[in-house]
Design a protein around this ligand. Structure first.
Ligand code: PLP
Length: 443
């Protein structure tokens, strides 16, 4: 019997004992194609020799040094690399150990920024429904995933939520993308005016919504409009690219494709590719300057900030992505995956939408394509698909059940950047069989 408090207490999990390339192996000798990178983490797949070598080398030199005493070579080198490739205006990096920590740090930076510049009345955070920003209390309060939040109400941080930009669910019949982008962004301005512009400190959004809604990119111009609204009222734009960032959508940062640069950006998962736990906040020059010219201190910190092993892994992962031109492969294989998903599911009676960017794709399941009605959450279709996929040697990341009227079951795909066409074909074939078997179980 396991002594670990697993999330699913009544489920016995297979024991993962090895991984090579796009495959994971369990203790019973079964192998699984990792078509979700775990939860969009393993961007280089498993057992990459260059990352393993970098970790060995760093462990031989220095495994740990506390950041109140020292900086380290791998942390400085990774920060240089990240700023070199960062969206316009970003000047510094704050390292943490994962996505939730990155979001917490970004929220505290936003708050301290306004205290430093003499606007302490700015405390309100606006975020979006159907979003996820992490499970620690500040990040949980910011996210708009009611399933994760409900048990913990009242949450410690007061946040305000607007609808996301989610074309399949909220764009009206006959409404152009431009009109929908304007309407979705107007919801932000309306909320700012309702709260009082001088009380709002930040708008937080995933550039491409990940786990909660399933690879939902914004329509063209939405984020540009959001950026303009934030600027109009002096509000910071925090883009959470923990899941969709670091190459997953075919550009290093997803927001590059929207022509927008945030004031603060959170990254994690693909940053270390799962070889070490690492996340970061990229911050803009004006935030750094406010701290540097003000208190000279960021009032925050954790024991494992800028961990040398984590930074060495992150640096090695980013170097391999650049050296092997893997973002080009993400774009190529993303196009192939989109094509194959369209062939397999385009006319499927229970697939309502196929969407995403690069190697960050989702298939949304509906009971009725014409009404977009979701399946009864009690059927737990997403859990059935996961079981059927695992039985076929495929790891995908299904989520779902209608929580707040706008979300059905979906399957998220986020395979490693190293996939080739035969692997993509195998993923789609196994997924098709798993979805049909899961649906057969409830019909
Ligand atoms: N933000 C986003 C967009 C995420 O998808 C996640 C995790 O899935 C988080 C934050 C939290 O990251 P972590 O699980 O590393 O704390």
């Amino acid at each position: 019997m396991s002594r670990i408090l697993h999330r699913q207490i009544r489920t016995t999990l297979p024991v993962a004992v090895g991984g090579k390339g796009v495959e994971l192996f369990d203790s019973e000798g079964r192998s699984y194609i990792d078509a979700s990178g775990g939860a969009a983490v393993s961007c280089l797949g498993h057992g990459h020799p260059d990352i393993v070598a970098a970790l060995h080398a760093q462990a031989d030199k220095l495994a740990y040094a506390h950041t109140s005493f020292f900086t380290t070579e791998p942390a400085e080198a990774l920060a240089d690399r990240l700023i070199e490739d960062a969206p316009e205006g970003m000047s510094h990096v704050y390292f943490v150990s994962g996505g939730s920590e990155a979001v917490e740090a970004a929220l505290k930076m936003a708050r301290q920024y306004f205290v430093e510049i003499g606007q302490p009345e700015r405390r309100n955070i606006i975020a979006r429904r159907q979003s996820y920003h992490g499970n620690t209390l500040g990040a949980l309060a910011t996210g708009g995933n009611e399933w994760r939040r409900t048990q913990f109400r009242p949450l410690l941080v007061e946040t305000h939520h607007i609808d996301p930009c989610f074309a399949y669910r909220f764009q009206q019949k006959g409404e152009s993308d431009a009109d929908y982008a304007a309407r979705a962004a107007q919801a932000l301005e309306d909320k700012i005016l309702e709260l009082g512009p001088d009380s709002v400190m930040a708008f937080v959004a995933e550039t491409v919504v990940g786990a909660t809604a399933g690879a939902v990119p914004p329509v063209a111009d939405y984020l540009k409009r959001v950026r303009a609204i934030c600027d109009r009222y002096g509000i910071l734009l925090i883009l959470d690219e923990v899941m969709c960032g670091m190459g997953r959508t075919g550009t290093l940062h997803a927001c590059e494709q929207d022509g927008v640069a945030p004031d603060l950006m959170t990254i994690a998962k693909g940053l270390g590719g799962g070889y070490q736990p690492i996340g970061a906040v990229l911050l803009g020059r004006r935030i750094f300057d406010a701290f540097a010219n003000g208190s000279g201190f960021f009032q925050h910190g954790h024991t494992y900030l800028g961990h040398p092993m984590a930074c060495a892994a992150g640096l090695a992962v980013q170097e391999v992505i650049r050296r092997d031109d893997l973002l080009a492969n993400v774009r190529r294989m993303g196009a192939h995956l989109t094509r194959r998903l369209g062939e397999r599911f385009g006319n499927h009676p229970h697939v309502g939408d196929i969407r995403g960017r690069g190697l960050f794709m989702a298939v949304e399941l509906v009971e009725d394509r014409s009404t977009k009605a979701t399946f009864d959450p009690k059927q737990k279709l997403h859990a059935r698909i996961k079981r059927e996929a695992m039985a076929r040697g495929l790891m995908v990341y299904p989520m779902g059940g209608t929580i707040d009227g706008a979300r059905g079951d979906h399957v998220l795909l986020a395979p490693p950047f190293i996939v080739d066409e035969p692997i993509v074909d195998a993923i789609v074939e196994r997924l098709g069989d798993a979805v049909d078997a899961a649906l057969a179980g409830i019909e």
